[in-house]
Structures are given as C-alpha cells and as structure tokens.
Design a protein around this ligand. Structure first.
Ligand code: BDP
Length: 718
C-alpha cells in the first residue's frame, strides 16, 4: 500500500513538474549544465545593483533574481549602491548617476526610447555589467535579453549590446469574444475572465504580460475584430481597466476593437454615420471616458464593411471617413486607429485578391496621422503560402502595419507542428520594388521605406487557457517568433528557432540541431501537403479543418474553393496574369513582370497566378500533374521524417512534452495523408491521369473524403 502511494505521489509530482514546464514557455531558466560556462557566469554576477524603484524596476530585479538563482543556483543580493566588482547594475537613464551617464553617453545615442544597452563597463577601474535604457520598460527588455544570453549559454564577459525595436506597435490581436469563445482559437477559451473581472486578478494575466514583455510585445487588443459593442460600456470598461493596470508595468498597452455601430447599439443613437455630429460627439465622449480610466489606452482596431461587419459604407461614406472620425476622437489622448484593409465584397465580381488594393490604394494620403492601415500578409487570407500583399510599398503617404496570423486557422490548428517565423520571414524579405530594388516588405513595415514614424506588426494570437497556452508545445515558438520579428523584422527564422529551443528545452547540440531542422522544414511541409505550387483556399468550409477542394455551393462565389483552383480538363490554377484578372498589375513593374510570365513566375506561386495545363513542364522536368502529386507526397514524407527525428529526442527532454509532440506528429501524419489523398483524388477527375511512381495510392475513395463532416471542429462559432 505504502509503495502504491509512493508511486502515485511520484507520478503526481513528476507530472505536475513537467506540466509546469509547459506553462513556463521559453522562460524555463534551466540550470546551466556546462560547468565552465556556469562558473564563468557565477564569477561575473555578484550582486544586483538597482537604481529606481518603480513597479517595472521591481519586476526587472525579481526576474533577474529568479533567473540567476534558477540557472546558476546562486542567490544574488540586491543593493542600491555599487560596491566591489562584477555587479549587475540596472536602472533607466534618469536614475543613473552622472558618472555612469558620462560613461554611457555615446551608447544612449544608439538607442531609441524603447531600446536597451547591455554593456561591460569599468566604474572606478572595477568591472561591472550594466543594463539600461531610456525608460524602465526598456530596462525590463534589456533584462529579458540578458537572461536569454544566459539561457542560450553565450559568453557574458565582454558584452556591448545596443538594441532597439524597429517598430512602434508590436501587438497581439485576440479574437476573443466576451463569452470567452475564441474565434479561430485552438488552445482553450479566452484568458480574459470577464465574469470575475475586475475584482479577481488571475495569475495568468501577470504571466501573460511577463511572457509578452520578454519578447518585446507592447500591445494587446483584447477583443475580437468581429466586435461586440458591449466592451465599450462602463460595466466592461471597468474590467478592461483592471487588465490595463496589470499589464502597464510590463509595458503593455491595452487596445479594443470598436464596433462601428456602437453608437446605435449602446448609445441609443439612430445612426452611426461618421459625418453625423451626434455620432462624432458620441465617440469623442467615449474616448474621453476610456482615457479617464486608462490614460495610456492604445486605441482601436476596426474591422469595418468586411464580412458583414458594419462600417461607414452603410451610410454612403468610405473607409477614410470612418477611420478619420475615430482618429479625431482618440487623437487628443495620443491614441491610434488601426483600420483593417481586409475587405472584399460579394457584390464585387472582381478577383477577390484585387479588391483590398483596389479599394484602399486610392486612399493614400487621406488618412489622419494617427491612423495606421492594417494589412494581412497576403491578398487572400492567411493561407499556408501567399505572395506578399500588393498594398505593401504601394501607399507611400500612409503608414501600413502588417497583420500575421499566429493561430493556425489554415495551417493545421494546434495539432500540426508548423514553425511560422519561416512564413513571416519569407513575407518580410519579399521585395516590393516600389522604390527600386531592395524595397522589402520589412522596410515598408518598419517605416524606413517612406520615413513613417507610426509603424507596427500585429499577430492574431494563438493563446488560450490551455495549460501550455497554445495547445501545441511548438505553437509557443510561433508566439515567441512573432514577438522577436515584431521587434526586429530582419531577424532570421533559424536564429529564432535556435533561441527558442534553447530557452524552452535544452542547450544540448544533439537535440538542437535535428529539432531545429524539423522546425525550419515544417513550413514547407505544410505547404506541400495542403497547397503546393501556389494552390490556396481549398480547405473545407466554415471551420476550415481539412481539405475541401470540391466545395462549390456556398452563397458567396469567393468563399468556394472551386473559385480559387479552377481545375478543369485543361489544367489548374487562377489566371491572375494579363490574360486573366490582371492582379499582377497591382505590383510594381519588376514584380508584375516576374509574376505575369509563366516562365519567370516562381513555381511556389505558379497556380496563384496562372492556369496551367496538366502537361506543363516544371523546372525539374516533371509534368504539372506529376509534380503536383509528388509535392503532396513530399509533404507527407517530410512529416514522417519529422517523426523519425522527434522519436530520438526522448532522452533530452521531459517525457510529458516528448509524448505530447509525438502524439501530435502522429495526427499530423494522418492529416497530411488525408490532404494528399483527398486533393489528388479530386484533381485527378480533371487531369484524368495516373498517380506517378513514388506517390502512395489513396486507401479511401473521393466520396468517402467528401462525406466527412466536423460539426464541432473548434474555432468556428459555438
Ligand atoms: C478569416 C477568419 C475569420 C476572421 C477573418 C478576419 O476565418 O474568422 O473574422 O479572417 O480576419 O480568415 O476578419
């Protein structure tokens, strides 16, 4: 009996210990295994000397103490004066003494207001390490960055780092409803417990803020873009205020989505016309009311006249009228309006991929200066691969911010291991040529292309109340990677994967190397087994789970997968070249030429821009049909290879995460085969050709795949 109890207890303890691991994200602060490195660290870190006593500085000190203690088994003392050598000094510019200020004068020149300095310096001939910045939150960023250096076992004896974020608004968009249902959420329900707020502060709010601060995220939109006006009522604003108070010391501003019809729904007005004086006044008062509670409120994110959401067009006005009216309301308080360009209409027979550009580009220069237009990375909708959105670089007089989707609505939910920074990087590196060669999307987004001061990157969050936050342990890497790229859109995704693995799992090279490869390959794998060669939007309807290339009965033509792949006897693909919808003309001439010509169009985007015959010869000599089938197979093979690698990692990590990922990869493998078989069987009806050698034969019929229904697939309404 005693033995049973002991075993039970042991299982319980080891279970909860590893469950905690999942929860701790990339802030594991694992003990430094390498004795040499550990002793170097210990010798260089005597006491913490802290200048300033704001909440943020207290948080910074606590983080350092926790990190150093946990990684080095060393308790550091906290002093307010420098004594002896090898201390870690922290404090913002305004709290440093004149001596230190003088030493760092040139360094402060190198950073912006959120940037930090981590530097080995001599004070009265004694070696010290300092972490500083122009304000306390910048110091906190520096602290997390320093802890990351320790977590990744890099040398600290001669540091000289000056690092600043390249964008101002680095923000998560939560598509969370007030009943805690998360639209396109695959990791549980919303973190925000509106019922218990404002009086009950869940520890998760604090941990959420800390995790975000650790990667430089400085804003959060708490509510769904498909907005509910109730969030703007006093009853809810009190709750929002409570969250804002928790997030503030971590440098995170709160934003809300504004439902355009709110003046009618909660203000008892007859209209929401943006030119109506009463409406204008209503929003002004609403803004004042919010700022009274939350002086650093960030502003509003607005989805208007898109997918049925109300907007200025309901009153014969346009997006500029709507955005500028709201911009005026928040301007006196320093707020911004993030106005989304995700628009397309069932009444517009134009190629859906062209509609946002056609509508927004002519508005260039017409928005107020506190408006930033938020543009999805591609012209359709967060597909596994899309060419960059033609609006980037094409509105020189308007700040544009990037919207990425971190939640994997179209990339396997929280079941598939897909490392998204690879996708993000591909988009950011794309050359728009709008100001000649080198006019990358990253430059359009960080403001350097046209010297914009207001800049930003948004990510649709993949966070819910699952124990591990994101459903899949590796989906944490997508949250992490998003933050890192928002800070610096020029970072390499491989570097990000490396950092994340070390901080989250282990520094053992035998683990890092192969698993990093899995991550890097994983994005191409999902493209291959879902939408190779430029295919897009062939997922099943509504929930978007699994393949549905056959769907053709939806009320709006541009919701049907058949609209996008246009498979017929002659071939497959959407002709967006001159001979088709001429969407290519929305790009700069150099890019237009590249995409427009079948010969020069990158094969990864082939069927996005061209309707291509089944016998068309690909660059590798295969016919299009064979090449397509082989790509689907390659995707499946890549998942199998990922599994092989993962199965050998058990000895390096905790068994809970090992087994979780193992099970998830098994599902990913099954679903990759499902995608391959369903799509190939369906397209085969048009190509009329056999599957080439090397492609496994489907084990089910097309009818079987078509019959599959998933009424309760997550993320798609209740
Ligand atoms: C689509 C999602 C839908 C969102 C929409 C948006 O399916 O749930 O509301 O994007 O971004 O991809 O507004």
């Amino acid at each position: 009996m005693a033995l049973v109890r002991f075993v039970f207890l042991f299982v319980l303890i080891s279970f909860s210990a590893s469950a905690q691991k999942d929860y701790k994200l990339w802030l594991q602060y694992n003990k430094v295994d390498n004795a040499e490195i550990a002793s170097e660290y210990k010798n260089s870190l005597n006491n913490i000397v802290s200048f300033g006593n704001s909440e943020t500085i207290k948080i910074s000190v606590k983080e350092l103490e926790t990190g150093v203690f946990s990684m080095l088994d060393k308790k550091t003392e906290v002093k307010t004066q420098i004594e002896g050598e090898n201390n870690l000094i922290i404090g913002s510019k305004s709290s440093l003494d004149s001596n230190l200020l003088k030493t760092l004068e040139a360094d402060f020149e190198k950073i912006n207001k959120e940037g930090f300095i981590i530097k080995s310096i001599a004070v009265k001939n004694k070696k010290q390490l300092i972490i500083t910045g122009k304000n306390d939150v910048a110091v906190l960023y520096g602290v997390f960055s320093f802890l990351r250096i320790l977590q990744t076992n890099k040398p600290i004896n001669n540091l000289n780092i000056a690092d600043s974020p390249k964008t101002n608004i680095r923000i998560l968009n939560h598509w969370d409803n007030l009943d805690r249902y998360v639209e396109r959420g695959y990791a549980g329900i919303s973190l925000w417990n509106w019922q218990k707020l404002p009086d009950f502060i869940d520890q998760r709010y604090i941990d959420y803020a800390r995790a975000n601060a650790s990667i430089g995220i400085n804003g959060t939109v708490l509510t769904n873009v498909n907005a509910n006006a109730l969030i703007l009522t006093p009853q809810y604003l009190e709750k929002v205020e409570a969250l804002a108070n928790v997030f503030r010391p971590y440098g995170i501003k709160v934003y809300l989505t504004a439902r355009f019809s709110a003046p009618i729904e909660i203000g008892n007005l007859k209209t929401a016309d943006p030119k109506d004086p009463e409406v204008i006044n209503w929003w002004k008062n609403k803004a004042a009311e919010i700022y009274k509670r939350i002086p650093d409120f960030g502003g509003f994110l607005v989805k208007a006249n898109s997918e049925g959401q109300p907007g200025p067009q309901n009153y014969g006005r346009d997006h500029v009228d709507g955005a500028n009216m709201l911009a005026d309301a928040v301007a006196p308080f320093g707020g911004v309006i993030m106005w989304r360009a995700f628009v397309y209409s069932e009444h517009d027979a134009n190629d859906r991929a062209k509609q946002a550009f056609a509508e927004f580009q002519p508005y260039d220069g017409k928005f107020k200066e506190n408006v930033i237009v938020q543009v999805k990375n591609g012209a359709i909708d967060f597909q596994p691969r899309e060419p960059f959105h033609p609006l980037f670089g094409a509105m020189p007089k308007t700040p544009l911010m990037m919207e990425f989707q971190i939640t994997q609505e179209y990339l396997g939910f929280s079941t598939h291991l897909v490392f998204l920074p690879k996708l993000f990087q591909e988009v950011l590196e794309s050359d728009t040529y709008q100001k000649g060669k080198g006019s990358t999307v990253a430059k359009a987004v960080d403001g350097t292309l046209y010297q914009h001061k207001l800049t930003g990157i948004a990510g649709v969050a993949n966070i819910g109340n699952d124990l591990n936050w994101t459903g899949h342990p590796f989906a944490q890497a997508n949250w992490y990677g998003f933050g890192r790229l928002a800070w610096n859109p020029y970072l390499d995704s491989e570097t990000i994967a490396d950092e994340w693995l070390r901080c989250t799992f282990s520094n053992d090279e035998n683990f890092i190397k192969p698993v990093k490869n899995i991550m890097i390959e994983s994005r191409e794998a999902v493209v291959n087994y879902m939408t190779p060669l430029g295919l897009h939007h062939i997922m099943d309807t509504g929930h978007h789970y699994g393949p549905g290339p056959w769907v053709s009965n939806l009320s709006r033509p541009e919701w049907n997968p058949t609209y996008y792949h246009k498979a017929d006897k002659n071939g497959i693909g959407f002709d967006r070249s001159k001979s088709g919808t001429n969407a290519t003309a929305q790009y700069a001439p150099e890019v237009e030429k590249l995409f427009d010509n079948l010969e020069t169009c990158p094969e990864k985007d082939l069927l996005w821009f061209h309707h291509v015959s089944w016998d068309y010869k690909l660059k590798n000599g295969q016919t299009l049909w064979n090449g397509l089938a082989l790509k689907y197979q390659e995707g499946v093979n890549q998942v199998a290879a990922m599994q092989n690698v993962w199965n050998k990692t058990e000895k390096y990590i905790d068994s809970e995460r090992f087994h979780e990922v193992q099970m998830l990869l098994e599902i990913q493998n099954k679903e990759a085969k499902w995608w391959r078989d369903a799509c190939l069987l369906y397209f085969q009806q048009f190509s009329g050709k056999e599957l080439p050698a090397g492609v496994e034969k489907p084990t089910q019929t097309l009818e079987y795949f078509k019959s599959l229904k998933f009424p309760f697939a997550p993320g798609n309404g209740k």
